[in-house]
Each structure stands twice: as C-alpha cells, then as structure tokens.
Unconditional design. Structure first.
Length: 277
C-alpha cells in the first residue's frame, strides 16, 4: 500500500470535471484494456500519450479500481510502500526482470513516483486510490492491486513529467479524470473484446451495439448472432485466462510470475467484416 494522506467525504474533494479545454490536459483510463491515456493540446494539435497499467484485483479481499470520474490533484515525488499487516516501510523487494528471472533488490524509491486521484460518487469523494510506480512490473496488464493503478517505473517517470509539467512535487490544478469499464472497443476496422474481469455480467452484444453507434455506424447492419458466437467463445477463453492468472498470483515468490502470453488471453481482436451478414 502506498503511504499517503486519506480523506473520505465531500470536504477537500473537487467535483468531477469535464474534459480539458484547449490549453489543458485530461486523463482517461479504460480498466478492461489496462490502458491510461493522457490527452493534451500542444500548439493546437491533439496529442495522446498511452501507458499500460495494472488495476485493482476486485477479488480475494482486494478492491476493484472504481469506475468513476474525478481529477488528478497532486504529484508526489517521493513515495513509500508499506507491509499491509505491520505498516513498516518495505526496504527490500523480490521481483522479476523482463525475462521473468527472479531477483532481489533494495526498493528503488528515488525513481518511484505517485499521482493522487480524487474520485467522486454523488457527494462522496474517494482519495484512497493513486497512480503509482510498481517494481512488480509483471502485474501491469492484470488485476492485482488493492484498487490503485500500477505503472512500470520507466513509464511512470514519463507520465509524471508529462502531467502538470511545471509542478515537480505537490498540489496541481485539477486535471479531469475519467475511469471507464468498456469491454468492447473499436480500433479502426478492428473490434476488440476485453475480459469482464470484474464479472459485471455485461452483455457483449449490447456493448457492441453501443460502441458501433458511438462511432457513427448502424448497429443493425451487423449480424448479431455472429457477435454472440464470438462473444461466447471469447468468454470461455477469458475465464480460463483469469483462472490461470489468479492461481499463479496466489503462489509464493518466485512462482508467481505472469508472462505477457498469459495476459494476451484477456483480449481478442476480430476484423469488423467478420460480423457482417
């Protein structure tokens, strides 16, 4: 858990804001895609910076990452991670390199950063969740945290510099934040299905219709029986991937490494023409 101040309530929390104006920044996170996008306008051009993230586990006693709007309100140049039971700062770390080989190291706190999220739900403000660096970079791309968004160290250093670049440490002008749960996305002519890892029981056909409509196409121009068949087949694969990842994470180090090949099972792509009549 990241050491941080905690406030839960309406005081000290800004209401969710609309997306940034032409001179501002805004952040969008789609949880099932494990993706954070920082949007900004530079000299009149729209620029998007994309970063992979890890999200809340949402099971086994760990919270999901909330699907809410809010804002980024503070940059923290220094952060500490503490043991959940004792509250002591973790000094040594057991993790893996990019190839999956286990190793031990002193916690690289000088290179770790955090950004405060304030999320709003009616009159309640939640500030227990932050975006922060993780040394367990193998958990980026899966649900593993206690609700915070995990970012690899190098990516977090880049994100930290981009967000409110004039502020090195401390309070920033609020940057609008939107966290969504979109299990169907359109990338050009490709349809992407993401695993419903929080088991919200979403109907992939209805999600497909909704997304198709938002991009200006006619949902009735597609064969929804084909969409249903693809969704049902995908769901079975998603469930196998989920079970494999959760079972692996439950192992003690060094038997809990999650390779990218496992994470790939949370996503399926298909060309849009496959769903035509």
């Amino acid at each position: 858990m990241v050491s941080r101040r905690r406030f839960t309530g309406a005081l000290g929390c800004l209401l969710a804001m609309p997306f940034a104006d032409e001179k501002g920044q805004a952040v969008h996170v789609n949880l099932p895609a494990y993706r954070l996008r920082l949007h900004e306008r530079i000299h009149g051009f729209d620029v998007i910076h994309t970063f992979p993230v890890g999200i809340g586990k949402g099971a086994y006693g760990r919270r999901p990452t909330p699907v809410l709007d809010g804002s980024l309100t503070e940059k923290r140049y220094r952060m500490n991670i503490r043991y959940a039971r004792t509250g002591k700062i973790i000094r040594w770390d057991r993790t893996f390199d990019e190839s999956g080989s286990p190793f031990e190291q002193r916690m690289p706190y000088k290179r770790m950063r955090a950004i405060q999220m304030e999320l709003t739900d009616d009159d309640i403000c939640y500030t227990r969740f932050v975006i922060h660096s993780t040394t367990d970079e193998f958990t980026v791309g899966i649900p593993a945290s206690s609700g915070c968004l995990r970012v690899g160290i190098e990516d977090m250093l880049s994100l930290y510099k981009l967000v409110a670049p004039d502020v090195r440490d401390g309070t920033i002008d609020p940057i609008p934040l939107s966290i969504t749960y979109d299990v169907v996305e359109i990338e050009g002519k490709t349809v992407v299905f993401h695993a419903d890892v929080y088991r919200r029981g979403l109907d992939y056909v209805e999600e497909f219709r909704r997304v198709i409509d938002t991009v200006g196409l006619n949902p009735d121009g597609f064969d929804h029986r084909k969409v249903r068949a693809f969704a049902d087949d995908s769901h079975e694969g998603f469930q196998r991937s989920y079970d494999t990842i959760m079972n692996t994470l439950s192992n003690d180090w060094p038997n809990n490494f999650i390779p990218d090949s496992m994470k790939d099972g949370f996503h399926r792509k298909v060309h849009m023409y496959e769903f035509l009549p």
